[in-house]
Design a protein around this ligand. Structure first.
Ligand SMILES: O=C(CO)[C@@H](O)[C@H](O)COP(=O)(O)O
Ligand SMILES: [Co+2]
Length: 218
């Protein structure tokens, strides 16, 4: 059970110290938004490069951008240990996932709440992680969509049948009150932005989330 706090809810004026607050987490989740794929703009390659230089934990880059076929490999080169693109934006997801792995990154594929999983099941051999969004991508602090749990369970079942080591990540509205149902549905990597950075003791929030997830393991 792994926790990946989203720095979208961190203090952008002090990102290095904000990363140190979550040094006990498994990953630092970096939300890259381009103002086109989603109606919000956050940060890009130069900032990811800078974060990779100082982060005590590996970067989990979530790319909410158009044309990931062109840009995602550069996030792997910039220091993203895991790079997740949205299938809705990708022209050739299979080839992109292979390219990411070839660059030494873990390949992740994200699906929005309105996107079905079944058409993409055959991509599993190329993937290290599937990200099931539990909010509409674009902003932190939104309400958790419990209606995505059946999709998490579907992805978990596909992974079980496929037999590989593919992680199932949930992102959006994950907190101490919603993480249990995510774990029970089959998620094993949990992104939490406001629930971690909104806590006075971010490291304690990470530990609490990990314990709750472990106690409700699928
Ligand atoms: O990708 C996104 C939003 O598009 C997320 O990573 C959020 O930033 C998570 O924030 P919370 O919902 O946990 O506050
Ligand atoms: Co995200």
């Amino acid at each position: 059970m792994q926790i990946s706090p989203s720095i979208l809810s961190a203090d952008f004026a002090n990102l290095e110290s904000e990363l140190r607050r979550i040094a006990n987490a498994d990953w630092a989740h970096v939300d890259v938004m381009d103002g086109h794929f989603v109606p919000n703009l956050t940060l890009g390659l130069p900032v990811v490069e800078a974060l990779a230089r100082v982060s005590p934990i590996p970067l989990d880059c979530h790319l909410m951008i158009e044309d990931p076929d062109r840009w995602a490999p550069q996030y792997a080169e910039a220091g993203g240990s895991s790079v997740t693109f949205h299938v809705e934006a990708a022209r050739d997801p299979r080839s992109l996932a292979r390219t990411l792995r070839g660059l030494g990154a873990r390949s992740g594929m994200a699906i929005k709440p309105g996107t079905a999983w079944a058409p993409y099941e055959d991509l599993l051999p190329e993937l290290d992680m599937v990200l099931v969004m539990t909010v509409e991508p674009g902003f932190g602090g939104q309400s958790f969509m419990a209606d995505q749990m059946p999709k998490v369970a579907q992805v978990r079942e596909s992974v079980r049948r496929h037999g590989g080591e593919v992680w199932v990540q949930v992102d959006g509205g994950v907190s101490a009150t919603t993480i249990e149902q995510c774990a029970e549905a089959g998620a094993d990597v949990f992104v939490a932005g406001s629930a971690v950075y909104g806590a006075e003791d971010a490291a304690a929030a990470v530990d609490e989330l990990r314990e709750l997830a472990a106690a409700h393991r699928h």
